[in-house]
Design a protein around this ligand. Structure first.
Ligand code: TXD
Length: 319
């Protein structure tokens, strides 16, 4: 069986980390693409030279021409500009919309059957734009944010309870950004929901509220520390988990930015926003519609409306 081909459009901090992790997991051969000459080639060669040490058989190629992504099974898109301190994710719309046009056309021409994972910010509206420009069916294109946001939530919860991160599950819904909706009552330690853990005296409501807020601000916390860029290790790990679920048909249940159809999740019309889905060989095989209470539904609506607002801005820019 031929190896899978994974194209990474954008070879910056996340792109390079993706390339490394994909190699360590032997998920397939990797094509690194970027507009900057030399960077994808250099990162590809550097990681290639680590493969004998790691004992993995993966072929790396670096390219500045979209022809190199021809026939890719998976495309992971990080191309664009990242946030600097003081910038919100939304400040990036205009710049990254143009990038999504170029990337979408490259996918349309070279690998229209690929499973596409978008990471570029502002996430939910960029997934909309990439689908618009690439023509990839909605079940084959997703945005990575929820896996990262819930990984941050799980990290902080595991620290709070002094238990293994493996035994903490967490759910984060909604758009990637300040309106994300961490779902406390669907988050557990070994199956025990967080509200029960408060009753059991493992933590207090105040501490839990602070953890929820830290999760919402998780991206900014890293931006403020790094000063010259945004998070890349955890975002790359999150996207690789999504690609792996698709490539190995694991059918994992993961929160991703996907097309939520009007009539589901209380939405009046279609919108790309984060909800749990089953990810398998069919891409998004199922959208898991969970019950939301009034407060959760209101928070989700606010988040979806924020995405709609940005899509309207993007449509205006496209003309
Ligand atoms: O949860 C999430 N979705 C995110 C998203 C978490 C963290 C960061 N998130 C966003 O991912 C971030 O705001 C950025 O929009 C992307 C990529 O982040 P990264 O940290 O990898 O940014 P870099 O290091 O600046 O890399 C971007 C690369 C860089 O090498 C540019 O030369 C390249 O993108 N680039 C392009 N590649 C191809 N085609 C075009 N047009 C292009 N323009 C820039």
């Amino acid at each position: 069986m031929a190896r899978k081909k994974i194209a990474l459009v954008g070879s910056g901090n996340i792109g390079g980390t993706l390339a490394h992790l994909i190699g360590l997991k032997e998920l397939g051969d990797v094509v690194l693409f970027d507009v900057v000459e030399g960077v994808p080639q250099g990162k590809g060669l550097d990681i290639q030279e680590s493969t004998p040490v790691e004992g993995v058989d993966v072929r790396y190629t670096g390219a500045n021409d979209y022809a190199a992504i021809k026939g890719a099974d998976v495309v992971i898109v990080t191309a664009g500009v990242a946030r600097k301190p003081g910038m919100s994710r939304d400040d990036l719309v205009g710049i990254n919309l143009k990038v999504m046009k170029a990337v979408g056309e490259g996918i349309r021409a070279n690998c229209p059957d690929a499973f596409v994972i978008c990471i570029t910010n502002p996430l939910d509206v960029m997934v909309w734009a990439l689908q618009h420009f690439s023509g990839v069916p909605a079940n084959r294109i997703v945005g990575m944010a929820g896996v990262l946001d819930s990984a941050r939530f799980r990290t902080f919860l595991a620290e709070e309870f002094n238990v293994s991160v493996e035994d903490v599950t967490a759910f984060v819904l909604g758009g990637h950004g300040d309106t994300m909706v961490p779902l406390v009552r669907y988050s557990t330690v070994a199956g025990i929901p967080l509200p029960d853990l408060v009753k059991m005296g493992w933590t207090t409501q105040e501490r839990l509220d602070a953890i929820v807020q830290r999760t919402r601000d998780g991206g900014a916390e890293i931006v403020n520390l790094l000063k010259t860029g945004s998070a890349f290790y955890a975002p790359a790990a999150s996207a690789v988990a999504m690609a792996e679920s698709y490539l190995k048909d694991k059918k994992r249940v993961m929160p991703v930015a996907t097309l939520v159809k009007g009539g589901t999740y209380g939405q009046p019309d279609d919108v790309f926003v984060g909800v749990p889905v089953v990810l398998g060989e069919g891409g998004v095989e199922r959208v898991v519609e969970i019950n939301l209470d009034a407060a959760e539904q209101a928070a989700f609506n606010k988040s979806a409306d924020a995405v709609r607002g940005l899509v309207t801005v993007a449509k205006g820019l496209i003309g």
